[in-house]
Design a protein around this ligand. Sequence first.
Ligand code: NI
Length: 242
Amino acid sequence: METHSFYKISPAENFGKGKQAQKGLGVALISYSRGCRISLVPSSESFCTSITWESLTSKTERGNFEVSMSETLKIYTYPDPVLRTSTEEVVDIDEETQKLIDQMAETMYAAPGIGLAANQVGVAKSIVVYDLTPKDKGRNLSVLINPEIVSSEGRIVFDEACLSVIDFSAEVARSAMVKVRGFDRHGRPVDIEAEGLLAICLQHEIDHLKGKLFIDYVSSLKRALYKKKLKKMMKKSKVSNT
Ligand code: NI
């Protein structure tokens, strides 16, 4: 597991009420100016529209923000073999598991994404975090441990993407409704009857736990084209890093 330290900033009630954040902009500006990552995805539902390093610093100094250190994990990307590992059942939800869940959640929110499986951050454990709450409605984290699909029905096609498959999206056909069984982070059994985006998300994440990616469902031609594009991108980034 590789961790990145970053600061978590919670906006105070009187800041940017009713406005929506340019989250990516804020994150990018700060990471470039200070060499560290700042997440602007805290619990509050409102953010400022134009965040600059200067305004943020002054706000922070005036005490309008609560700043705390947090950690995100490295997200492994295709074609890293770690994404192909099958995860193991969690037998003991101990302190280490709780810490991993918190870090996975922070990593997902910072990315930002709507779901993350443990092997995407290099841990071969059967754990999934997800949150389908719209961005302006705050957070509502769900955690599933040892999830399995017990029944499925119908068919739905959706344009999917994945934090581990950069710069790629494709239509994937999945079951329209699924019943999923697993445990929450307190070890309590959970039964979910899901449809729509939740059904898609759960199937996508449970696939991850088995070492399967959504790109496996697309045509071999599309996959070959993506591999080619990826090679080019990797070459470019190597050149710009030297
Ligand atoms: Ni994914």
